[in-house]
Design a protein around this ligand. Structure first.
Ligand code: HEM
Length: 549
């Protein structure tokens, strides 16, 4: 979902800009907004927000930004301070930088969802696939993730690991110097499979049509809204009404309903049978089941409504996480020396955990809680699981964690996460962002700032956060990819767990990941969320190396 409102202009954005900006209502609304902002500042006596000068010959700031986003933003920041107005990304936006970004995230008067809705008409899509919780400020999806997904993560972990491992085996497998020109679908499959297992259970996660819906619903949404974010116009109002009634996401809800119906009926039959026999029914572990068991708590009305809510979860989770997983592989390819250290860390952690488990078993044998080693089979301490990527192991992969956090810091889009003001908001420097206008976060001012990030913030330093209690899930004004405050991404724990799983399996099963075209390395490392990668990857398994040595 977030990837579709990527703020990095696409290849044809120049044409779109030329066509869209100089004419009609787009321009009129921009001028109106500017006039209103000026008038407000005059009447209220607040400090006015400076407007960044547009380069001679340009109609907007887009071309200058596109040429060198870092230079453009740092020059504007030096010249105008932390808050300035720009005509950029098809909109008139107030860029907020440095420590002041916190004020945007933390103010209840700014809304990220309102801003997305403004440029994509998102709510017409989302509210038409659910029957309950249609209020724009409903937090039900957030609550489902917070209450049901995150606390159960340790239980979901073996299922996620198994699913990622089997997808990796079937889609990439053992190979020697295998070129994959577009690795994105492999990682999309891995993440879709893992998410489907968590959200709908292992059985439904085998259904190819469901997996395709998990992957393509985001693209369908993207296709419907068009290639670029745009200010509100009558044309957009028309598409909102149209898509409110005929929504391409509807077909994906129906796919989920069709797959879920027989499974839910079978689960009910088994529960009834168990109850008749006076046995406890062991319900499968997945969000679908949890929602069936708690539908009242979340105000859900029927299975179709549950599937609609699951689809909203899919929209928020699959594209974002598979994009990050694909990207992680490009970072592993770019820094082979770090890949070996990650492998070494994993081996050490696995050895240590296996040792601790053995000590625990010996202790229990000595205490007499069990009689022989065979009694551990099928229990928590089953020796066959000693070298599994358990939640404990993944938690201890601190280098992998900081590698991922550094990737997200380094790669972040320079301008991102627009927030719309629901009323006039007075910032701490006295400037007013008027109701209805949008603030955009200058991510570079935080992520590329030496005072915040330490030495050489423009370099990728994978161990930057080691020993600093700054994990990849820890949001703060220093680390913004998941937002901060009340609306910060509740799915980040699952996302990072999956990323660590993908990373751990890649470094343990592949000795080398290389760029098809090494000259495209930097372009790939700084690729925008959702944009196609400029080059492919070449994979070599560890086993083939061992065999040929
Ligand atoms: C790498 C992967 C991901 C990234 C980069 C990401 C990023 C974000 C960001 C930036 C926001 C908006 C924060 C704000 O309003 O300030 C957000 C919101 C949200 N994300 Fe994620 N996300 C990811 C994965 C996930 C996953 C796996 C889930 C679900 C399991 C999820 C569920 C949500 C939900 C429900 C919201 C709305 C929160 C609210 O408005 O209260 N996300 N995410």
């Amino acid at each position: 979902m977030l990837g579709l409102i990527s703020t990095t202009p696409g290849p044809d954005s120049a044409n779109i800009l030329q066509a869209a900006l100089p004419i009609g209502l787009g321009l009129a609304s921009t001028a109106y907004l500017a006039m209103r902002m000026m008038r407000r500042n005059e009447t209220l006596g607040e400090k006015s927000i400076p407007c960044a000068a547009i380069r001679t010959g340009d109609a907007t700031h887009d071309a200058e930004y596109r040429e060198d986003p870092d230079r453009f933003l740092s020059t504007c920041q030096k010249r105008y301070g932390p808050v300035f107005n720009c005509s950029i990304l098809n909109q008139r936006l107030t860029v907020v930088s440095g420590p002041m970004v916190r004020e945007v995230f933390m103010s209840q008067h700014f809304s990220f969802m309102d801003a997305i809705d403004d440029i994509t008409g998102l709510r017409a899509f989302t509210t038409s696939v659910i029957k309950s919780n249609q209020h724009p400020d409903s937090r039900v999806v957030h609550e489902i993730v917070r209450d049901l997904v995150t606390p159960n993560l340790p239980l979901f972990t073996p299922l996620i690991v198994e699913r990622v491992r089997s997808t990796l085996e079937s889609r990439l497998g053992v190979c020697d110097h295998k070129l994959v020109e577009n690795p994105q679908p492999i990682f999309a499959d891995m993440i879709a499979g893992a998410m489907a297992t968590v959200f709908m259970g292992s059985e439904i996660a085998q259904n190819r049509t469901v997996l395709d819906s998990f992957i393509y619903c985001t693209y369908d949404f993207g296709r419907a809204i068009g290639p670029e974010a745009r200010e509100w116009t009558w044309g957009r109002l028309y598409s909102r009404i149209k898509y409110g009634m005929w929504n391409p996401l509807q077909k994906h809800v129906q796919v989920l309903v069709q797959a879920a119906t027989p499974v839910v009926l079978e689960r009910r039959r088994q529960a009834a049978e168990a109850s008749e026999q006076g046995l406890a029914y062991k319900a499968p572990l997945d969000i679908l089941q949890m929602l069936l068991d708690n539908f009242d708590q979340y105000g859900l009305v029927d299975l179709e409504d549950i599937c609609g809510h699951l689809l909203l979860l899919v929209l928020a989770s699959v594209h974002t996480s598979s994009d990050a997983s694909t990207c992680l592989n490009y970072y592993l390819a770019a820094f082979p020396e770090h890949m070996e250290m990650l492998y070494q860390e994993q081996t050490e952690v696995l050895n240590q955990v296996a040792k601790e488990r053995e000590q625990q078993r010996q202790k229990e044998l000595q205490l007499g809680t069990v009689r022989s080693v065979r009694d551990f089979e099928g229990t928590e301490l089953d020796p066959r699981n000693d070298r599994e990527l358990s939640a404990t192991v993944l938690k201890r992969l601190t280098r992998m964690d900081t590698f991922i956090r550094e990737m997200m810091r380094f790669r972040c889009e320079r301008l991102s996460l627009e927030h719309k003001a629901r009323q006039d908001v007075v910032l701490s420097n006295g400037m007013v962002i008027p109701k209805g206008s949008k603030a955009i976060i200058n991510m570079a001012s935080v992520h590329q700032n030496a005072e915040v990030q330490g030495e050489d913030p423009t370099e990728f330093q994978p161990w930057r956060f080691i020993g600093k209690a700054k994990t990849a899930t820890k949001v703060s004004s220093e680390f913004l990819p998941f937002g901060i405050g009340r609306h910060s991404c509740p799915g980040r724990f699952l996302a990072i767990q999956e990323l660590k799983t993908v990373g751990a399996l890649m470094v343990s099963q592949y000795s080398k990941i290389q760029f098809q075209d090494p000259s495209k390395k930097m372009q790939a490392l700084l690729s925008a969320v959702g944009a196609p990668m400029p080059t492919g990857l070449v994979f070599t398994s560890r086993v083939t190396r061992v065999a040929s040595d």
